[in-house]
Design a protein around this ligand. Structure first.
Ligand SMILES: [Zn+2]
Length: 96
């Protein structure tokens, strides 16, 4: 069983190299049970899109605190851009 630290490492690495089956399995399983890491994975996907659109990727890995701050900002951006889910479609059919 991998912890959050290992999971976030694997999430980052999955963008640089293919994960082994074992790593993938561990990561998938962790993401199933850990909402925080799921969110991190989403943020990283967004971050990668942003970087690809811009210049070139920074050559050296980002320090953790920068990553954390960036993730926090992205998190807010994601929340701002995601409309709240409407309950409209979930109404039960009328019984009359
Ligand atoms: Zn986690």
């Amino acid at each position: 069983m991998i912890d959050c630290r290992r999971a976030s490492e694997l999430v980052s690495q999955s963008w640089d190299r293919p994960l082994t089956r074992r790593e993938k399995f561990g990561l998938r399983f962790h993401l199933l049970i850990c909402a925080a890491c799921r969110r991190f994975e989403r943020q990283l996907a967004l971050m990668n899109r942003v970087f690809k659109r811009g210049e070139e990727c920074p050559p050296e890995p980002m320090p953790v605190e920068v990553k954390g701050r960036l993730a926090e900002r992205l998190d807010r951006a994601i929340q701002a851009s995601t409309p709240p889910q409407s309950q409209e479609g979930n109404r039960p059919p009328r019984s009359e």
